[in-house]
Design a protein around this ligand. Sequence first.
Ligand code: ZN
Length: 220
Amino acid sequence: MSYQHVFNDGSVCDLPVGKVVCVGRNYVDHIKELDNPMPTEPILFIKPATSLQPISQPIVIPDFTTDCHNETELSVLIGKKISKAGREEVKDAVAGYGVALDLTLRDIQAQLKKKGLPWEKAKAFDGSCPISPFIGPDALANPQDTQLKLVVNGAVRQNESTRLMINPIFDLIAYMTGFFTLLPGDIVLTGTPAGVAGLKSGDRLELTLDGRFDFSTSVA
Ligand code: ZN
Protein backbone atom coordinates (compact mmCIF):
# COMPACT_ATOMS: atom_id res chain seq x y z
CA MET A 1 0.00 0.00 0.00
CA SER A 2 1.33 3.45 -0.82
CA TYR A 3 1.75 6.09 1.84
CA GLN A 4 0.92 9.80 1.72
CA HIS A 5 1.05 12.34 4.57
CA VAL A 6 -2.43 13.37 5.74
CA PHE A 7 -3.75 15.82 8.31
CA ASN A 8 -5.99 14.77 11.17
CA ASP A 9 -8.84 17.03 10.05
CA GLY A 10 -9.04 15.08 6.80
CA SER A 11 -7.38 17.74 4.67
CA VAL A 12 -4.83 16.68 2.09
CA CYS A 13 -1.14 17.28 2.75
CA ASP A 14 0.62 17.98 -0.53
CA LEU A 15 4.14 17.56 0.85
CA PRO A 16 6.16 14.75 -0.74
CA VAL A 17 7.12 11.68 1.29
CA GLY A 18 10.78 11.69 2.28
CA LYS A 19 13.15 10.26 4.83
CA VAL A 20 12.55 9.77 8.56
CA VAL A 21 15.37 11.03 10.79
CA CYS A 22 15.33 9.42 14.24
CA VAL A 23 17.12 9.67 17.57
CA GLY A 24 18.03 6.78 19.83
CA ARG A 25 18.08 7.07 23.63
CA ASN A 26 16.31 10.40 24.19
CA TYR A 27 14.51 9.50 27.45
CA VAL A 28 16.45 8.49 30.56
CA ASP A 29 13.94 5.85 31.72
CA HIS A 30 14.16 4.06 28.34
CA ILE A 31 17.98 4.11 28.41
CA LYS A 32 17.82 2.46 31.83
CA GLU A 33 15.28 -0.21 30.83
CA LEU A 34 17.60 -1.46 28.07
CA ASP A 35 20.69 -1.01 30.24
CA ASN A 36 22.29 1.25 27.62
CA PRO A 37 25.01 3.81 28.43
CA MET A 38 23.94 7.47 28.59
CA PRO A 39 24.82 9.07 25.24
CA THR A 40 27.10 12.11 25.24
CA GLU A 41 25.42 13.40 22.07
CA PRO A 42 22.24 12.38 20.18
CA ILE A 43 22.44 9.01 18.39
CA LEU A 44 20.95 9.54 14.94
CA PHE A 45 19.68 7.07 12.36
CA ILE A 46 17.43 7.23 9.30
CA LYS A 47 14.46 5.19 8.18
CA PRO A 48 13.73 5.34 4.43
CA ALA A 49 10.42 6.50 2.91
CA THR A 50 9.53 2.82 2.42
CA SER A 51 9.36 2.41 6.21
CA LEU A 52 6.27 4.66 6.38
CA GLN A 53 2.75 3.29 6.48
CA PRO A 54 -0.55 4.71 7.76
CA ILE A 55 -1.03 3.95 11.45
CA SER A 56 -4.39 2.32 10.67
CA GLN A 57 -2.77 -0.29 8.41
CA PRO A 58 -2.01 -3.58 10.24
CA ILE A 59 1.61 -4.02 11.33
CA VAL A 60 3.41 -6.85 9.56
CA ILE A 61 6.25 -8.32 11.61
CA PRO A 62 9.09 -9.49 9.32
CA ASP A 63 9.79 -13.22 9.20
CA PHE A 64 13.46 -12.75 10.16
CA THR A 65 12.77 -11.67 13.76
CA THR A 66 11.26 -13.12 16.91
CA ASP A 67 11.24 -9.85 18.90
CA CYS A 68 9.56 -6.82 17.28
CA HIS A 69 9.28 -4.00 19.86
CA ASN A 70 6.93 -1.02 20.03
CA GLU A 71 8.56 2.42 20.46
CA THR A 72 5.92 5.15 20.68
CA GLU A 73 7.32 8.52 19.62
CA LEU A 74 6.25 12.08 18.90
CA SER A 75 6.65 12.63 15.15
CA VAL A 76 7.34 15.97 13.53
CA LEU A 77 6.45 16.81 9.92
CA ILE A 78 8.94 19.18 8.31
CA GLY A 79 7.41 21.78 5.98
CA LYS A 80 10.46 23.77 4.84
CA LYS A 81 14.01 22.97 3.76
CA ILE A 82 16.34 23.40 6.74
CA SER A 83 20.10 22.95 6.87
CA LYS A 84 22.45 23.92 9.71
CA ALA A 85 19.43 25.59 11.27
CA GLY A 86 18.98 27.26 14.64
CA ARG A 87 16.05 26.43 16.90
CA GLU A 88 13.88 29.39 15.75
CA GLU A 89 14.31 28.38 12.12
CA VAL A 90 13.40 24.81 13.08
CA LYS A 91 10.29 25.95 14.93
CA ASP A 92 9.20 27.90 11.85
CA ALA A 93 9.70 24.82 9.63
CA VAL A 94 7.38 22.50 11.59
CA ALA A 95 4.25 21.64 9.59
CA GLY A 96 2.65 19.30 12.08
CA TYR A 97 2.93 16.78 14.89
CA GLY A 98 1.76 13.21 15.20
CA VAL A 99 2.54 9.92 16.84
CA ALA A 100 4.56 7.15 15.26
CA LEU A 101 5.87 3.70 16.08
CA ASP A 102 9.62 3.26 15.59
CA LEU A 103 9.26 -0.52 15.26
CA THR A 104 12.51 -2.17 16.29
CA LEU A 105 13.61 -5.77 15.87
CA ARG A 106 15.35 -6.04 19.22
CA ASP A 107 16.96 -9.44 18.54
CA ILE A 108 18.46 -8.26 15.24
CA GLN A 109 19.50 -4.92 16.77
CA ALA A 110 21.27 -6.72 19.66
CA GLN A 111 23.28 -8.83 17.18
CA LEU A 112 24.21 -5.73 15.15
CA LYS A 113 25.13 -3.69 18.24
CA LYS A 114 27.37 -6.50 19.51
CA LYS A 115 29.27 -6.47 16.21
CA GLY A 116 29.36 -2.66 16.00
CA LEU A 117 27.28 -2.74 12.79
CA PRO A 118 24.60 -0.27 11.60
CA TRP A 119 21.00 -0.81 12.79
CA GLU A 120 19.12 -0.61 9.48
CA LYS A 121 18.02 -4.28 9.31
CA ALA A 122 16.46 -3.83 12.77
CA LYS A 123 14.85 -0.43 12.24
CA ALA A 124 14.48 0.47 8.56
CA PHE A 125 12.53 -2.49 7.14
CA ASP A 126 9.36 -1.98 5.08
CA GLY A 127 6.51 -0.79 7.31
CA SER A 128 8.80 -0.14 10.29
CA CYS A 129 7.31 3.33 10.78
CA PRO A 130 3.50 3.27 11.18
CA ILE A 131 2.56 6.95 11.51
CA SER A 132 -0.58 8.89 12.41
CA PRO A 133 -2.17 11.77 10.52
CA PHE A 134 -0.62 15.11 11.48
CA ILE A 135 -2.04 17.78 13.74
CA GLY A 136 -1.27 21.40 12.88
CA PRO A 137 1.61 22.90 14.90
CA ASP A 138 -0.77 25.23 16.75
CA ALA A 139 -3.15 22.45 17.83
CA LEU A 140 -0.80 21.16 20.51
CA ALA A 141 -0.64 23.59 23.42
CA ASN A 142 2.95 22.56 24.16
CA PRO A 143 4.63 19.86 22.05
CA GLN A 144 7.38 19.72 24.67
CA ASP A 145 4.89 18.71 27.35
CA THR A 146 2.43 16.44 25.64
CA GLN A 147 1.46 12.92 26.66
CA LEU A 148 2.40 9.88 24.55
CA LYS A 149 0.33 6.83 25.44
CA LEU A 150 0.27 3.30 24.06
CA VAL A 151 -2.26 0.71 25.21
CA VAL A 152 -1.78 -2.89 24.00
CA ASN A 153 -4.71 -5.29 24.37
CA GLY A 154 -6.25 -3.00 27.00
CA ALA A 155 -3.11 -2.66 29.14
CA VAL A 156 -1.15 0.60 29.33
CA ARG A 157 2.37 -0.07 28.05
CA GLN A 158 3.80 3.44 27.47
CA ASN A 159 2.55 6.66 29.05
CA GLU A 160 4.95 9.57 29.39
CA SER A 161 5.24 13.27 28.75
CA THR A 162 7.59 14.62 26.05
CA ARG A 163 8.78 16.93 28.86
CA LEU A 164 11.16 14.10 29.83
CA MET A 165 13.19 14.20 26.59
CA ILE A 166 16.93 14.65 27.10
CA ASN A 167 17.27 16.69 23.89
CA PRO A 168 14.24 18.98 23.43
CA ILE A 169 12.45 18.85 20.06
CA PHE A 170 13.74 22.03 18.41
CA ASP A 171 17.32 21.64 19.69
CA LEU A 172 17.33 18.01 18.56
CA ILE A 173 16.13 18.90 15.05
CA ALA A 174 18.63 21.78 14.84
CA TYR A 175 21.36 19.26 15.73
CA MET A 176 20.09 16.86 13.04
CA THR A 177 20.29 19.60 10.39
CA GLY A 178 24.00 19.94 11.11
CA PHE A 179 24.41 16.51 9.49
CA PHE A 180 21.40 16.05 7.21
CA THR A 181 19.43 18.66 5.27
CA LEU A 182 15.75 18.21 6.05
CA LEU A 183 13.41 18.71 3.10
CA PRO A 184 9.69 19.50 2.99
CA GLY A 185 7.87 16.23 3.71
CA ASP A 186 10.67 14.70 5.78
CA ILE A 187 9.76 13.38 9.23
CA VAL A 188 11.63 13.51 12.53
CA LEU A 189 11.05 10.97 15.30
CA THR A 190 12.02 12.21 18.75
CA GLY A 191 12.75 9.01 20.68
CA THR A 192 10.78 6.63 22.87
CA PRO A 193 10.02 6.76 26.57
CA ALA A 194 10.16 3.54 28.62
CA GLY A 195 7.79 0.65 28.04
CA VAL A 196 9.21 -1.00 24.94
CA ALA A 197 8.19 -4.66 24.64
CA GLY A 198 7.48 -7.36 22.09
CA LEU A 199 4.45 -7.32 19.80
CA LYS A 200 2.72 -10.44 18.51
CA SER A 201 0.17 -11.33 15.89
CA GLY A 202 -3.34 -10.31 16.92
CA ASP A 203 -2.28 -7.52 19.30
CA ARG A 204 -4.58 -4.47 19.37
CA LEU A 205 -2.79 -1.14 19.79
CA GLU A 206 -4.34 2.16 20.82
CA LEU A 207 -2.18 5.28 20.66
CA THR A 208 -3.16 8.61 22.18
CA LEU A 209 -1.38 11.92 21.67
CA ASP A 210 -1.98 14.82 24.03
CA GLY A 211 -4.76 12.93 25.82
CA ARG A 212 -7.21 13.62 22.99
CA PHE A 213 -5.98 12.41 19.57
CA ASP A 214 -6.68 8.66 19.36
CA PHE A 215 -5.38 6.23 16.77
CA SER A 216 -5.65 2.45 16.66
CA THR A 217 -3.99 -0.37 14.80
CA SER A 218 -3.29 -4.08 15.09
CA VAL A 219 -0.60 -6.63 14.37
CA ALA A 220 -1.40 -8.86 11.37
ZN1 ZN B 1 13.01 4.94 18.65
